[in-house]
Design a protein around this ligand. Structure first.
Ligand code: PMP
Length: 406
């Protein structure tokens, strides 16, 4: 059991968790982006300062060392998610770029008119729009898997809807709005039973759950470092090696080629084939530090800690008659709700005065908002530094908001 004393010492490792006036900042927007521990900030500073050089091309020792560090980060990312080989790890700008890469490269190669793409009602826009774009280009069509009553992806419905025309199923492993956890292994079985591939959007799962690609049995997995206590500007696309081998490049340029003439270029094998240009060197080094930092806390303990906080908050909110809760009771550390008669933006603004930061809006999930019948929700999301003091501050702020709005 993680105690408040544990999280207090963790909070001290995050310089961002203090306001400019030196007060505690109750940061409940980790699902949008996580605060950074000093260890990650230090790793990035060193990589930009005393260790800085380019990778893969330099003949001098600093560049050779940086290349070793960059490739060590790839091996670390592979071990973190249980990949079979570091060649299955492509460094990208973030989850959004990873999904665009799969949609354009794999989708462009595979999809034809009449093929179908299966998404779900709760997807983030970045797991919808890239598929719409490739659907328009290829003539493929999109289906939407509905949700259960308690707002989880309905795998019984998925089973009934999937056909041999479906080439890909792309689903959030954990919903960024509701914290709903996908039955990923069953989703993989269902997709594979009709010969479709499964892409999992792991943005919200990677910081909260132990991942093992072999166990999940998906085909593509994407995540963003900035939600995993690392920097912005870097993320991971994992794909089975044989899939990457068959995929054409997504972008052309330096570092992704084997030979270039004006007549013809040949491409490097994956993962380099998908890493055109000078990569995000310092960010990749900092991602390595972020994975070390996060995993040292034990992913299973983190999951239990954040799920328990979410359950506590749900119980407290349920006890307030004027609050409507969304999502299932078991959530991976993310709670969406609505206060009667108070727009989420107003709630967010009043909470800000109390040094409590929540997210208010559509959370880049407008189709989910339409399904819930609201324009926006208020969302509190936890991280490894969150504890009951953050929940108490949120509840005090909600009470104050209720008094203000009568
Ligand atoms: N999918 C989910 C579930 C997310 O939460 C997010 C970020 N909010 C994304 C995709 C997109 O991630 P990024 O903006 O880092 O590319």
């Amino acid at each position: 059991m993680v105690t408040t004393a544990d999280t207090l010492s963790r909070k001290a490792q995050f310089p961002g968790l203090v306001t400019p006036a030196g007060d505690v900042w109750h940061y409940l927007d980790t699902a949008a982006t996580a605060q950074k521990p000093q260890a990650v900030i230090d790793a990035m500073t060193d990589a930009m300062g005393r260790d800085y050089a380019t990778v893969h091309r330099g003949v001098y020792s600093r560049s050779a060392d940086m290349t070793l560090a960059y490739e060590a980060a790839r091996r670390r990312a592979a071990s973190f998610i249980g990949a079979r080989s570091e060649n299955e790890i492509v460094f990208v700008r973030g989850a959004t770029e990873a999904i665009n890469l799969v949609a354009q490269s794999w989708g462009g190669l595979t999809l034809k008119a009449g093929d179908r793409i299966m998404l779900s009602q709760l997807e983030h826009h970045s797991n919808i729009v890239p598929w719409q774009m490739i659907a328009q280009q290829t003539g493929a069509e999109i289906d939407v898997c509905p949700l259960t009553q308690d707002h989880r992806i309905d795998l019984d419905a998925l089973e009934n809807m999937l056909t041999e025309r479906h080439r890909i199923v792309a689903l959030a492993h954990v919903s960024n709005v509701l914290g709903s956890i996908l039955g990923a292994k069953r989703a993989a079985k269902l997709a594979h039973a009709v010969g479709a591939k499964l892409l999992l959007d792991g943005c919200q799962a990677a910081p909260r759950m132990r991942l093992d690609m072999a166990e999940l049995d998906c085909d593509f997995y994407v995540l963003s470092a900035h939600k995993l206590y690392g920097p912005t500007g870097v993320g991971v696309l994992w794909a089975r090696e044989e899939l990457l081998d068959a995929m054409p490049p997504y972008q052309g340029g330096g570092a992704m080629i084997d030979t270039v003439t004006f007549e013809k270029s040949t491409y490097a094998p994956p993962p380099q084939r998908f890493e055109a240009g000078t990569p995000m060197i310092t960010e990749v080094i900092a991602l390595h530090a972020a994975i070390d930092y996060t995993e040292a806390h034990d992913m299973e303990r983190l999951f239990a800690h954040e799920s328990a906080l979410a359950a506590t908050l749900r119980d407290e909110l349920r006890a307030m008659n004027s609050v409507r809760l969304f999502g299932p009771d078991t959530s991976a550390g993310i709670v969406s709700f609505e206060m009667d008669g108070v727009h989420p933006h107003d709630l967010g603004t009043i909470l800000d005065e109390e040094n409590v930061a929540i997210r208010a809006g559509h959370h880049c999930a407008q189709p989910l908002m339409a399904h819930l019948g609201v324009p926006a929700t208020a969302r509190a999301s936890f991280g490894l530094y969150s504890d009951e003091t953050d929940i108490d501050a949120l509840l005090r702020g909600i009470e104050r908001t209720r008094r203000i709005f009568g």
